[in-house]
Design a protein around this ligand. Structure first.
Ligand SMILES: [Fe+2]
Length: 389
């Protein structure tokens, strides 16, 4: 056992925790910049309640709406518009895109420079000093786990597009306030795609070549919740127990992905997401079955004693709810289970969203296979893409 793990410093998790928000803000000051997404949150009773508590506590706010995955331009424009505002805290209430946008704005506001200079693999190699405005994350979907991570994903979609991170240990939110009631308004398709994203993140970080004892424990705990609650929350989005379980699973996935890394599904999510405008969760959900099948087959072919095979089997035992069969049975059961979910959730092929065969060579060139338990060849990666188009 030899590892470094970075955990969020302050976590408030539970139904009704949003009522703590005003008090938490006042620990830093009374001037905030609020980042939200689509209108569903602002139109909900939750927002009325939060706005009222701001008034009672004389908290003043300015608002930025982020309606898609953040681009360098969205972040630069927000920094330009609010560079004279000097907020005490930046609060993001929304899905992964909103949390990532808030995280990036909190990091770029003190520097007042274009964000592109600091993006991994795109900028001019400058490293961010880690200075930022204090940042709180309140997720309204259960997926990316951005409330627990030190990176913000920024995209520019197109032929020379990218999807890259602004990253620093200091960028972990100063407060992760996770109130499952905030996820009750999440639409069915977003519930499915974000839930599958959390599932992928937990499984990939559990199988990752950089996993450690602590991330394994957290990943397994999250996977147990996926088993119990993913199908339940899709069947009934008002089921608060299921919403809580999924919020917990997504949060766990943020911790494990930030510390153990991810696999081939997220390698593709980066390269495909930089090329075609497809929601991140949908890319992951659509790729998950075939990617894991090809990875498991490669592991079995190369070394039947590879510990990753036992990990597949362990997760299969959780989903099957038994333990008296052999490892191969459970490893294969897990793959079949993911295929079943793909059908049950009617996950579309990515071709329906604009991914075309002539984009494959460019995508393969930009896809990282780094922490995947099996090192896939170019032809194996191509097979995944062809089966997903
Ligand atoms: Fe993801």
């Amino acid at each position: 056992m030899n590892y470094k793990v970075l955990l969020p410093p302050n976590i408030e998790f539970g139904i009704g925790k949003r009522e703590l928000l005003a008090g938490k803000i006042l620990e830093f000051g009374n001037r905030i910049l609020l980042i939200t997404g689509e209108s569903s949150f602002l139109e909900s009773g939750n927002w009325d309640q939060i706005e009222k508590s701001f008034k009672t506590n004389q908290i003043v706010f300015e608002l930025i709406r982020v309606r898609k995955e953040p681009t360098p331009e969205i972040i630069n424009e927000a920094v330009r518009a609010f560079s004279g505002y000097d907020p005490d805290v930046i609060i993001a209430i929304g899905g992964g895109s909103v949390l990532d946008a808030g995280k990036a704005i909190s990091a770029m506001l003190p520097l007042k420079e274009p964000i592109i200079n600091y993006l991994e693999g795109v900028g001019d190699g400058r490293s961010h000093p880690g200075t930022k405005v204090p940042f709180f994350a309140l997720p309204t979907t259960s997926g990316t786990g951005s409330e627990a991570t030190k990176n913000s994903v920024i995209s520019r979609v197109g032929e020379n597009g990218f999807k890259r991170s602004l990253r620093h240990d200091n960028f972990i939110p100063d407060l992760a306030l996770i109130d499952p009631e905030l996820t009750l308004h999440c639409q069915e398709n977003i519930t499915i795609w974000s839930g599958m994203d959390a599932f992928t993140q937990l499984l990939e970080s559990y199988l990752s070549t950089s996993a450690n004892t602590l991330t394994d424990a957290i990943a397994l705990s999250g996977l147990e919740m996926i088993d119990k609650f993913l199908e339940r929350v899709v069947n009934d989005g008002t089921d608060l127990e299921a919403r809580s379980g999924m919020a917990y699973a997504a949060f766990c996935s943020g911790i494990t992905l930030a510390n153990a890394g991810l696999g081939i599904v997220h390698g593709f999510a980066s390269s495909i997401g930089g090329r075609v405008d497809i929601p991140h969760g949908l890319i992951c959900a659509s790729l998950m079955s075939v990617s894991n099948e090809i990875t498991l087959n490669k592991l079995l072919k190369e070394d039947p004693d590879d510990p990753a095979i036992l990990k597949y089997a362990g997760v299969g035992r959780i989903f099957h709810g038994s333990s008296d069969r052999d490892d191969m049975f459970y490893a294969e059961f897990l793959i079949n289970k993911i295929y079943d979910l793909t059908l049950k959730f009617r996950l579309p092929k990515l071709g329906e969203f604009g991914l075309e065969p002539d984009m494959i060579p460019g995508i393969l060139k930009n896809t990282s296979n780094k922490n995947n338990p099996a090192k896939l060849s170019e032809s194996e990666m191509k097979e995944i893409l062809i089966k997903t188009i």
